[in-house]
Design a protein around this ligand. Structure first.
Ligand SMILES: Cc1cc2nc3c(=O)[nH]c(=O)nc-3n(C[C@H](O)[C@H](O)[C@H](O)COP(=O)(O)OP(=O)(O)OC[C@H]3O[C@@H](n4cnc5c(N)ncnc54)[C@H](O)[C@@H]3O)c2cc1C
Ligand code: FES
Ligand code: FES
Length: 1358
C-alpha cells in the first residue's frame, strides 16, 4: 500500500489507447484532458455542469466479481480524471470516422438531418452509442431516456429521434423510417401518387448495426483488475490531493483523520460546487474502489443497497426486483423507480450514487422524500463502529446537511418491503418535464387498517418548500386514525396549507405555486389512493377520473415537400433534400469549431472581470494581486486600448471596458491573460474592485417608463384615424401582456482566437460569429490599424441565433487588445455562466393594447404600445422596436391601427438581436389581442341563467367551445384578402397566406379535433386540452437597404475542383450546403467537386451579417453570379470539344489563359422605411406560415405536453427541403421554449440567477410535440429570391405562439370548471407555474396572495 503522500500513476484507456498520467491533477476533469491534452476535440464543452450532454462519453469498466464489462454514458465535464483508473473511455472519435468507417450511429444522425450546427451531435452520438452497446435493439422509451440529457438548440430533436428510431424494435410503423406518410394520421392512401412522395431520407441506405465491430475492452485492464493487488492510490495537483482507498477499513481511517474531506462518488454535487461556487477541497477521498459500498443484499424485510451504487444501478435493481414479489410488497420500490426515471439525465444517474444523493440533502431532492416516507434507513460506519439511522424528519437538519457526523460514511441504505394495505407514491413537478430539479417533490405513504379505509399510519414528505426535505407532521396527525374520505382530506389540505408555509420572498420564488403544489400533489395522491381502495372494494362511491400521466410517446411525423421537376438533371441538386455538407464530420467529431483549433506556441487565455454592481462608480480597480499569481501575464484595461474605446450605435456609446462607472451586473471591466485558463480564472478572481453605488438603479420596464429612461428615438405610426374609429364601434377591449426575454443558448459559447502574425500589425482572427466583417472593422478601430491587416476566419459556428454579432465584436476587440499588447496569440472562450451573464438575449416586453371591434368580429381599430427592456446599452434595440411595429398587423387588415414602440434603458445587461428580431414579441401580442376579441365576444358568465352547478358548467363549457371556434372565425374575418397593402403602404398578395391557412385547417383536421377536445374536456376534470391555430406573415431582408448585398469568390482549380467562398457564415442553417447546390447547378458539376472551406474577410470583403433570414437569398445570388461568369468563360472551350469532360475543359481553359477565378456580386433590393412618413418598402417579400398546436394540460400542476403540431409554410420552391424543414422545426421549438418554458430570473439587485442549463430550461427531447408535421406549401413561387425560394430561418419561431394560445385555451377550459369565463390575462412564458395559477383550481384559490409591496420578491419582474 502506498503512503498517502506518495504519488501514483493513473492508468486508463481512451479509444483503445493506453494513457498513463504520472501527474494526474485532481482538479482536472476528463473533458479538458481529452480536448487539450489528447487533442480529442470531438467531445464538446456546453455547460460544464452536467446539464447539456455535449460532453457525453462512454465509460467501460471490468467488474472482477461478475467478470463482466459494463458500459455507461457519462458527462466528461464532471468526471474527475483521477477517478478513471482502470476505466476505458470511448469518445466520439473512437466510435467511427470519415477516414475509416462511419459508425451507424454517426451515419444515421447525419443522414436523417439531425445535425445542423453539429455542436451537440457528438454528445447525441455518444448517448445513443452507449445505449446500443447495452441494448442493440432498444425501445423508444430507452431512446428517449438515453437522449433526455442531450440538449440541441438547432434541430428541434425530431430528425434525431427519427434517425435513431430506426434502431428500435418497434420503429416500423409505416412512416417511422421516413417514407413520407403515416397510418397514424388517418392517411392510409397507398396509391401511386403517395408512393412517389419524396422522402427526407431512406433507411435502406443505412449501414447495419453490427455489434461485433465495436472496440473491445482492453485486455490489459481486465488483467489489471484481476491481478493487481488492491492498493491506495494517491494523486497530487497544484492545490488538491486525491486519495482513493482500496478497502473499507482504510476509508474509515482516512475519513476519521480528515472528516472535512468530501467523499467523491459521482461528483455531481461536489463537482458543480467546486466549479461554480469556487469551493476548494485540499483533500478528496474517492471511495469508488471500496467494494463494500456496492454490495446488495436481500432480507425478509427488504433490501440493503450499497451507498456507492449509482442511481442507474438502483433503478435496474428495483426493476429486477419488482416482478419477483407480490405487488403489495413493492409499493415503495415502484415509487422509487418512478422517481429515479425522472431524476436528472441518464448520464447523471449513471454516476450519481445513492449515498451521495442522500448525504447531499438537497432541499428538493427527488429521492429523499420517498426514502423518508417509506421509512428507509442508512447504515453508517466510522471508527466508532456501525449504526443504523432512520431517514426521517430529524435526518435532514439544514440546507445540504444531515444528522450524520462528518466522519461517518454511509455504507448502505435499507429499502423495506411494503405491507398489505400500504400505498406509496412519489409525485413531483418540475420547470421542465425531464432533466430538471423539481419545483416541488413528494413522497407519500399511507397504511390502512386491514380491510378498512381507516388510516393506521401515514407519512407525507415534501421537497422544494424549504431548506430541507420536510415532513408534514401536523397534516399526518390530521389524517391518522381517521377514515380516508373527503372530510379527512379537506381538513388535511387546510392543515397542510398552514403547516408548509413559505415567506413571500423565499429563495427560488414561485411561492404561491409551490404552496399550491403541496396541496395538489396531496390531492393527486388522494385520487390514487381512492382508486386503489375502490379496486380493493373498500369503497363504493363514484370517483373522479384517474389521473393518468400526460402522454409522452413521440410518434412518427410527416414532412411533406415536393419533388423536383421530372426533367431536372440527376446531377442538379437544387430542390433536393441534400444532407448538410458537414454532417458526417460533425457526427464523428472531426468538424473543427473555434476552440478546437490547436493551441499555438505561447498562446494565452483571456478571462473577463465583470461588474458585480448594477449601477455604481468604480472607485478602485486593483490588479496587483492578480499579476502576482502563477501564470498571469497581464491585465487588460480600458487605458490599454490603443484606438477607439467605445462602439457607437444610434448616437449612444458603449464602452468596451468600463472605466469610471458601471451600468449593469456583468459589464466588462478588465481581462486577465494567463498561460492557462485555470490561471486566468484565478487571476480574474484576484482582481479587487471597489464601487460606490449610485442611487436608484432601473430594472423593470415600468420603472424605466416612469423615469422616462429610454433609448431614442421612440417609433410610432398611425394608419387611418384610430381615435375617430373608436367612436363608432360595438365593443372595446383593453389588455396588457408581459413577455419574458430569452437566452440564445447557442450550444457553442462565445469563442475566439486572435493570433498576431508578427509583422506590420497583422492579425488572424478565428472566431464564432455571424458577421466576420464587423469583427474586422471593430478590431481595426480598436487597435487603430487599417482593416487590411486583419483577417477574420469563420469555419463554422455552433449556433448563433442573432447572439453572435454585436457582443461578439466587443469581446473580439478586448481579445485583440490583449493579443496586440502581449504580442501573443490570445484565446477567449466564455464559460456558459459568463456567456449568459454578459451577452444579453431577446428583449423582454410589456405591451398594452386597446382594440375596437364589431359584433361580427371585425376589428376596426387597435391602439398598441410596446416597451422593450433594452438593458444598459442601445445595441440593436431601436431596430428591434422598428421591427415590432412593422409586424403589428401580422395577417390582419385592421383599418385603423396605431402603434408606439420604445426601448427602455435599464441597468440590466444589454439585450441584442435574437432570431425573429422583435416579431415573436409582436406576434404574441397581436394574436393574444385577437384571442381576447373572440373571448370578449362570448357572452359573459353572468348572462348565463342560474342553474344547477353541473348544468351551469355544461352551459359555460359549450359557450367556451363556441368561443374557441369563434377565435378561428375572428382570425378569418380579419385576415388580409385580395391585393393588400400593409400599414406602411407595402403592397402584397396574401394568397399564399390564405392557402396555408386552409391547408393547415385540413391537414390538422382542426374542426373534428376541436370537437374531440370538447369531449375530452367534458370527461376530464383535472386534465384539459386546448388547441390554437395561428398565422404569420414575415418580412424578409434588411430594412436598412445597404445590408442587402453579398459577394462571392469562386476558384476552379486545374484538377476541376472548385472552391467557393461567400459572405455567409455557416451557423448550422446549412448555408454552405445550399451554396454548394447553387454552384453545382450553375457550373453543371456534381456537388462533390465543390468545396467551401470557411468564411474569410480576405476572400470576400465587406460582407453583411448572416441574419434576417436573408443569407441564401443574398449569397446564393452572388455565388450564382460568379459561377455564371465562369461557365460563360468556359463556353468557347466547351464548344471546341463538346465531348470533353469538365476536367478537360478546365485544363484546356488554363492552357488558353482563361481566368478560372471569378467574383460574384448581388445588389439586393433597395429597401427602406421612412418613419416620419410612416411608409416604406422594408422587405423584399413575405414568407407565410400557419401553425396549429394542441396541448394537454395537467390542471393540478400546470404541466403540459404538446400532443400535436401541424405547420404549413410557404417558402416558395425550397432550395433544400431537408435544410428548410430543419429550420422550420428548429425555429418552432425555439419559439415553444420562448413562449412556454424559458425564464430568465434576475435578483432584486440586477444579478442574473439563471446562468446555466440547471436553472434555465431550453426545450429538451421531452418537449417535442408528440406528432410534429411539417408541410411545405405546394405550387408556391417567389420571383424575388434565388430559384423562387424564400427565406425561412426566422419566421416559424413566432408560431410557437400557437402552443402558448393552446395552453391558454386549455386554461380557459379549466377556469370554466370554477365558473370563470371571458377574457383573462396570461403572460409569457406560459410556464407550468403561470398555467396552473391561471387555472384557478380549488387549490390555487386557497393560497393567500402576498400583498405586493409588502415584501422584497426573490426575483424581479423585468
Ligand atoms: C445536471 C444534474 C441534474 C440533477 N437532477 C436532479 C434531479 O432532477 N433530482 C434530484 O433529486 N437530484 C438531481 N441531481 C442531483 C444528484 O442526484 C446528486 O448530485 C447526486 O445524487 C449526488 O451523488 P454523487 O455520488 O454524485 O455525490 P458526490 O458529488 O460525489 O458527493 C456529494 C456529497 O455526498 C457525500 N457522500 C458521497 N457518498 C457518501 C457516502 N457513502 N457516505 C457519506 N457521504 C457521502 C460527499 O462527501 C459529498 O459531500 C442532479 C445533479 C446534476 C448535476
Ligand atoms: S458540458 Fe458537460 S454536460 Fe454540458
Ligand atoms: S445541431 Fe444541435 S445544437 Fe446545433
Amino acid at each position: 500500500m502506498s503512503a498517502e503522500t506518495e504519488r501514483d500513476a493513473l492508468c486508463f484507456f481512451v479509444n483503445g489507447k493506453k494513457v498513463t498520467e504520472e501527474h494526474a491533477d485532481p482538479e482536472t476533469m476528463l473533458l479538458p484532458f481529452l480536448r487539450q491534452k489528447m487533442r480529442l476535440t470531438g467531445t464538446k464543452y456546453g455547460c460544464g455542469g452536467g446539464g447539456c450532454g455535449a460532453c457525453t462519453v462512454m465509460v467501460s469498466r471490468y467488474q472482477p466479481a461478475t467478470k463482466t464489462i459494463i458500459h455507461y454514458s457519462a458527462n466528461a465535464c464532471l468526471l474527475p480524471l483521477c477517478q478513471l483508473h482502470g476505466a476505458a473511455i470511448t469518445t466520439v472519435e473512437g466510435v467511427g470516422s470519415t477516414k475509416t468507417r462511419l459508425h451507424p450511429v454517426q451515419e444515421r444522425i447525419a443522414k436523417a438531418h439531425g445535425s445542423q450546427c453539429g455542436f451537440c451531435t457528438p454528445g447525441m452520438v455518444m448517448s445513443m452509442y452507449a445505449l446500443l452497446r447495452n441494448k442493440p435493439q432498444p425501445t423508444m422509451e430507452d431512446l428517449t431516456q438515453a437522449l433526455a440529457g442531450n440538449l440541441c438548440r438547432c434541430t428541434g430533436y425530431r430528425p434525431i429521434v427519427d434517425g435513431y428510431r430506426t434502431f428500435c424494435q418497434e420503429g416500423n410503423c409505416c412512416q417511422a423510417n421516413g417514407d413520407g406518410k403515416c397510418c397514424l394520421n388517418g392517411n392510409e392512401e397507398t396509391d401511386e401518387h403517395e408512393q412517389e412522395k419524396p422522402r427526407l431520407f431512406g433507411k435502406e441506405e443505412f449501414l447495419p448495426l453490427d455489434p461485433t465491430q465495436e472496440l473491445i475492452f482492453p485486455p490489459e485492464l481486465i488483467l489489471m483488475a484481476e491481478k493487481a493487488k488492491p492498493q491506495t492510490l494517491t494523486f497530487h495537483g497544484e492545490r488538491m490531493r486525491w486519495v482513493s482507498p482500496a478497502s473499507l477499513e482504510e476509508l474509515v481511517q482516512l475519513k476519521t483523520r480528515h472528516p472535512e474531506a468530501p467523499l467523491v462518488m459521482g461528483n455531481t454535487n461536489i463537482g458543480p460546487d467546486i466549479k461554480f461556487k469556487g469551493v476548494l477541497h485540499p483533500l478528496i477521498i474517492s471511495p469508488t474502489r471500496v467494494v463494500e459500498l456496492f454490495a446488495v443484499s436481500q432480507t425478509p424485510e427488504g433490501v440493503w443497497v450499497g451507498a456507492g451504487c449509482s442511481l442507474s444501478e438502483l433503478h435496474s435493481l428495483l426493476e429486477k426486483l419488482v416482478p419477483q414479489f407480490p405487488e403489495e410488497k413493492t409499493e415503495l420500490f415502484r415509487a422509487l423507480e418512478q422517481q429515479l426515471g425522472n431524476l436528472g439525465s441518464q448520464q447523471i444517474r449513471n454516476v450519481a450514487s445513492l449515498g451521495g444523493h442522500i448525504v447531499s440533502a438537497y432541499p428538493n431532492s427527488d429521492l429523499n422524500p420517498v426514502l423518508a416516507a417509506g421509512s428507509c434507513k442508512v447504515s453508517v460506519i466510522s471508527s466508532g463502529g456501525r449504526r443504523e439511522v432512520l431517514i426521517n424528519q430529524d435526518f435532514f437538519v439544514g440546507f445540504g446537511k444531515t444528522i450524520l457526523r462528518p466522519e461517518e460514511i454511509v455504507a448502505s441504505v435499507f429499502i423495506p418491503f411494503t405491507r398489505k394495505g400500504e400505498f406509496v407514491r412519489a409525485l413531483r413537478q418540475a420547470a421542465r418535464k425531464e432533466v430538471s430539479f423539481p419545483t416541488v417533490t413528494s413522497g407519500m405513504r399511507v397504511l390502512f387498517s386491514e380491510g378498512s379505509r381507516a388510516v393506521q399510519d401515514v407519512s407525507l414528505y415534501f421537497g422544494g418548500v424549504g431548506p430541507t426535505t420536510v415532513r408534514a407532521s401536523k397534516t399526518c396527525a390530521a389524517i391518522i386514525s381517521r377514515p380516508w374520505d373527503d372530510e379527512t382530506l379537506s381538513r388535511a389540505y387546510d392543515v397542510l396549507l398552514d403547516e408548509l408555509t413559505l415567506p413571500p420572498s423565499a429563495p427560488g420564488g414561485k411561492v404561491e405555486f409551490r404552496r399550491s403544489l403541496t396541496l395538489s400533489l396531496l390531492f393527486k395522491f388522494n385520487l390514487e389512493v381512492l382508486h386503489k381502495l375502490k379496486e380493493m372494494n373498500l369503497i363504493t362511491e363514484e370517483l373522479p377520473e384517474k389521473m393518468l400521466p400526460l402522454p409522452k410517446e413521440i410518434q412518427p411525423s410527416l414532412q411533406e415537400f415536393h419533388p423536383v421537376p421530372k426533367d431536372q438533371s440527376e446531377q442538379d441538386p437544387v430542390g433536393r433534400p441534400i444532407m448538410h455538407r458537414s454532417a458526417f464530420s460533425q457526427a464523428t467529431g472531426e468538424a473543427v469549431y473555434c476552440d478546437d483549433i490547436p493551441r499555438t506556441d505561447g498562446e494565452l487565455f483571456l478571462v473577463l472581470v465583470t461588474s458585480s454592481r448594477a449601477h455604481a462608480k468604480i472607485t478602485e480597480l486593483d490588479v496587483r494581486d492578480a499579476l502576482q499569481l502563477p501564470g498571469v501575464v497581464d491585465v487588460i484595461m480600458a487605458k490599454d486600448i490603443p484606438g477607439k474605446k467605445v462602439r457607437s450605435m444610434f448616437g449612444y456609446d458603449e464602452e468596451l471596458l468600463a472605466e469610471d462607472e458601471v451600468s449593469c451586473v456583468g459589464q466588462m471591466l478588465c481581462a486577465v491573460v494567463a498561460d492557462t485558463k485555470a490561471h486566468a480564472k484565478r487571476g480574474a478572481a484576484a482582481v479587487k474592485i471597489s464601487y460606490e453605488d449610485l442611487p436608484d438603479p432601473i430594472f423593470t420596464i415600468e420603472e424605466a417608463v416612469e423615469k422616462s429612461s429610454f433609448f431614442l428615438p421612440h417609433r410610432t405610426f398611425e394608419k387611418g384615424n384610430v381615435t375617430e374609429a373608436f367612436k363608432n364601434i360595438d365593443k372595446v377591449y383593453e389588455g396588457e401582456i408581459r413577455m419574458g426575454g430569452q437566452e440564445h443558448f447557442y450550444m457553442e459559447t462565445h469563442s475566439m482566437l486572435v493570433v498576431p502574425v508578427g509583422e506590420e500589425k497583422e492579425f488572424n482572427v478565428y472566431i464564432s460569429t455571424q458577421w466576420p466583417t464587423l469583427i474586422q472593422d471593430v478590431i481595426a478601430e480598436t487597435l487603430n490599424i487599417p482593416s487590411n491587416r486583419i483577417t477574420t476566419h469563420v469555419k463554422r459556428v455552433g449556433g448563433a441565433f442573432g447572439g453572435k454579432v454585436m457582443k461578439t465584436s466587443i469581446l473580439a476587440s478586448i481579445t485583440s487588445v490583449a493579443a496586440w499588447k502581449t504580442g501573443r496569440a490570445v484565446r477567449c472562450v466564455l464559460e456558459r455562466g459568463e456567456d449568459m451573464l454578459i451577452t444579453g438575449g431577446r428583449h423582454p416586453l410589456l405591451a398594452k393594447y386597446k382594440v375596437g371591434f364589431m359584433n361580427d368580429g371585425r376589428i376596426m381599430a387597435a391602439d398598441m404600445q410596446f416597451y422593450v427592456n433594452a438593458g444598459n446599452t442601445v445595441d440593436e434595440s431601436v431596430l428591434v422596436t422598428e421591427k415590432i411595429l412593422l409586424h403589428v398587423d401580422n395577417a390582419y387588415k385592421i383599418p385603423n391601427l396605431r402603434g408606439l414602440a420604445s426601448a427602455c434603458r435599464t441597468n440590466l445587461p444589454s439585450n441584442t438581436a435574437f432570431r425573429g428580431f422583435g416579431v415573436p414579441q409582436t406576434l404574441l401580442v397581436v394574436e393574444s389581442m385577437v384571442n381576447d376579441v373572440a373571448m370578449a365576444l362570448g357572452r359573459p358568465a353572468d348572462e348565463v341563467a342560474p342553474q344547477s352547478s353541473s348544468c351551469l358548467y355544461k352551459t359555460i363549457y359549450i359557450k367556451l367551445c363556441l368561443t374557441s371556434s369563434l377565435i378561428v372565425q375572428i382570425r378569418e374575418v380579419n385576415m388580409y384578402r385580395g391585393p393588400s397593402v400593409t400599414h406602411y403602404k407595402f403592397e402584397f398578395s396574401p394568397e399564399n397566406l390564405l392557402r396555408c391557412w386552409e391547408e393547415c385547417k385540413i391537414k390538422s383536421d382542426y374542426s373534428s379535433r376541436r370537437q374531440a377536445i370538447a369531449q375530452f374536456n367534458q370527461q376530464n376534470r383535472w386534465k384539459k386540452r386546448g388547441i390554437s391555430m395561428v398565422p404569420i406573415k414575415y418580412g424578409i431582408a434588411f430594412s436598412e437597404g445597404f445590408l442587402n448585398q453579398a459577394a462571392a469568390l469562386v476558384h476552379i482549380y486545374k484538377d476541376g475542383s472548385v472552391l467557393v467562398s461567400h459572405g455567409g457564415a455557416e451557423l448550422g442553417q446549412g448555408i454552405h450546403t445550399k451554396m454548394q447546390q447553387v454552384a453545382s447547378r450553375e457550373l453543371h458539376v456534381p456537388s462533390s467537386k465543390i468545396y467551401i472551406s470557411e468564411t474569410s474577410t480576405s476572400s470576400v470583403p465587406n460582407t453583411c451579417p448572416s441574419a434576417a433570414s436573408f443569407g441564401t437569398d443574398a449569397n446564393g445570388m452572388a455565388v450564382k453570379n460568379a459561377c455564371e461568369t465562369l461557365y460563360q468563360r468556359l463556353e468557347p472551350i466547351r464548344k471546341k470539344s463538346p465531348k470533353g469532360s469538365w476536367e478537360s475543359w478546365v485544363r484546356d481553359a488554363f492552357f488558353e489563359k482563361i481566368s478560372l477565378s471569378a467574383t460574384g456580386f448581388h445588389r439586393g433590393p433597395d429597401l427602406y422605411m421612412d418613419w416620419d412618413k410612416m411608409e416604406g418598402q422594408p422587405y423584399a417579400y413575405f414568407t407565410f406560415g400557419v401553425c396549429c398546436s394542441e396541448v394537454e394540460l395537467d390542471v393540478l400542476t400546470g404541466d403540459y405536453r404538446t400532443v400535436r403540431t401541424d405547420l404549413v409554410v410557404d417558402i416558395g420552391k425550397s432550395v433544400n427541403p431537408c435544410v428548410d424543414i430543419g429550420q422550420i422545426e428548429g425555429a418552432f421549438m425555439q419559439g415553444l421554449g420562448l413562449y412556454t418554458l424559458e425564464e430568465l430570473k434576475f435578483s432584486p439587485s440586477g444579478f442574473l440567477y439563471t446562468r446555466g442549463p440547471s436553472q434555465y430550461k431550453i426545450p429538451a427531447l421531452c418537449d417535442v410535440p408528440l406528432r410534429f408535421n411539417v408541410c411545405l406549401l405546394p405550387d408556391a413561387d417567389n420571383p424575388h429570391a434565388i430559384y423562387s425560394s424564400k427565406g425561412i430561418g426566422e419566421p416559424v419561431l413566432a408560431l410557437g405562439t400557437s402552443v402558448f394560445l393552446a395552453i391558454k385555451d386549455a386554461v380557459a377550459a379549466a377556469r370554466s370548471e370554477s365558473g370563470l369565463v371571458g377574457t383573462f390575462r396570461l403572460d409569457s412564458p406560459a410556464t407550468p407555474e403561470r398555467a396552473c395559477l391561471a387555472c384557478t383550481s380549488p387549490f390555487t384559490q386557497k393560497i393567500p396572495a402576498s400583498e405586493p409591496g409588502s415584501f422584497r420578491p426573490w426575483a424581479l419582474n423585468i
